[in-house]
Write a protein that binds this ligand. Structure first.
Ligand code: ZN
Length: 132
């Protein structure tokens, strides 16, 4: 596993893209809507890892609910894995709980699943695998 990206929930991609471009000294390399998750994402490459900014596209999106409860900030940590199905099995055997055990299409050409924060010290963990 490696840290593939950190997800940050923001209210406005317009404002936060400006902010992160200044902070990181580079522009995002893509912006992508993930309809099923109700988010628009913006990605910045940082060495081997990335920053993913997430803006809600609708009021019942998980990102909208997160911001309502906790405000803007770090939303999840994503671990890149070679074989997501094997990792899901391995982690299930070790007692971890998944929000959904079926990988689905995420942003940036990935298959993704999320672990429930109650089994990971309050941290929302994403596993992601590059789509073949
Ligand atoms: Zn992510």
């Amino acid at each position: 596993m490696k840290i593939e990206h950190l997800g940050i929930a923001v209210k406005s991609l317009g404002l936060s893209d400006d902010l992160f471009a200044k902070l990181l000294g580079k522009e995002h390399y893509k912006q992508e809507k993930v309809e099923s998750e109700g988010v628009t994402t913006s990605f910045y490459q940082l060495g081997d890892s990335k920053i993913e900014l997430l803006e809600a596209t609708k009021t019942d999106s998980p990102i909208a609910k997160f911001i309502e409860k906790k405000g803007e900030g770090i939303h999840h940590i994503a671990f890149g894995v070679e074989n997501i199905l094997e990792e899901i099995e391995r982690l299930k055997k070790n007692g971890f709980i998944f929000i959904s055990e079926t990988p689905k299409e995420g942003a940036d050409n990935k298959l993704v699943v999320f672990l429930h924060p109650k089994s990971t010290n309050g941290v929302l963990v994403e596993l992601c695998q590059e789509k073949q």
